[in-house]
Design a protein around this ligand. Structure first.
Ligand SMILES: [Zn+2]
Ligand SMILES: [Zn+2]
Length: 260
């Protein structure tokens, strides 16, 4: 399986996953032009994309979805409540490209299923994607990792895991009180500390690559994300490079291509 983060964070999320002949995107929160140029860096043509899967209706996950689907005839998949919300809010003209699915679908060599996450959207989900030999998961935009959520992603070889904010930086930062409370709540976003604790559990359960994403530009820095994960790993005698590969997915920047 191959994975590229095309962009990650509150200014726009888009991830590329490929296995065999299947090429999909998770979320399209950046412009179609951006996605096209980002894929071109890896000699991938936007016309080759089989489908786009949406986690939830927030703009940083759906900004580019209408133009992308319309211009390139790419089907869009999300659950019924999310699909209805996207169509009504964005006045989508090509409704035929927007599909609802319950929680599982196959696209060529990929089996894709969803699970509920804790976030303030109509029906937000994370994704588990399996090909013949690899389990890969995406979990961002969740206020906490419940036991049920953990069970879904447990055993993933690789995972995109939210590491949104440093709690202290958020508390002392410029956001108004209500927004701070929203982010810190169990339907907000995952902190560096929560990501670190989850990472340790995942590594103990066999995960070998963790891509930390959806990092806030106001309440976090890439350095703090790295320092925090290093702290949790070293406290548990885990070494980056030996026990796990850590990458940080950045905003408006492509990651390297991960192959796992
Ligand atoms: Zn988001
Ligand atoms: Zn969101």
């Amino acid at each position: 399986m191959k994975f590229i983060s095309l962009s990650s964070g509150s200014s726009g999320n888009c991830y590329y996953i490929q296995s065999g002949g299947a090429k999909i995107l998770i979320d399209a929160g950046v412009s179609t032009r951006y996605i096209k140029n980002a894929l071109k860096q890896f000699d991938i043509s936007i016309e080759e994309i089989d489908a786009v899967f949406i986690t939830h209706e927030h703009t940083d996950h759906t900004y580019g979805v209408e133009v992308l689907s319309r211009n390139y005839n790419i089907p869009v998949f999300s659950n019924q409540l999310t699909t209805d919300n996207i169509i009504s809010r964005n006045h989508i003209k090509r409704k035929d490209l927007f599909n609802s699915f319950d929680n599982e679908i196959n696209i060529k060599d990929l089996n894709i299923h969803t699970f509920a996450v804790n976030h303030d959207a109509v029906n937000p989900v994370g994704y588990v994607i399996n090909d013949r030999d690899t389990k890969f998961s995406v979990i961002t935009d969740t206020g906490c990792i419940t036991k049920d959520i953990y069970q879904e992603v447990k055993g993933s070889k690789a995972i995109v895991l939210e590491s949104n904010h440093d709690i202290e930086m958020l508390q002392n930062g410029p956001y108004h009180y209500a927004l701070k409370q929203r982010i810190l709540s169990n339907v907000g976003h995952l902190s560096n500390d929560a990501a670190g604790k989850t990472a340790v559990k995942l590594i103990n359960d066999g995960t070998v690559e963790i891509i930390l994403g959806h990092i806030s530009s106001t309440n976090n820095t890439y350095d703090m994300v790295f320092q925090s994960i290093c702290y949790y790993l070293s406290a548990n005698n885990m070494n980056i490079g030996q026990d796990v590969i850590i990458d940080i997915a950045k905003k408006c920047e492509t990651s390297t291509m991960h192959i796992f």
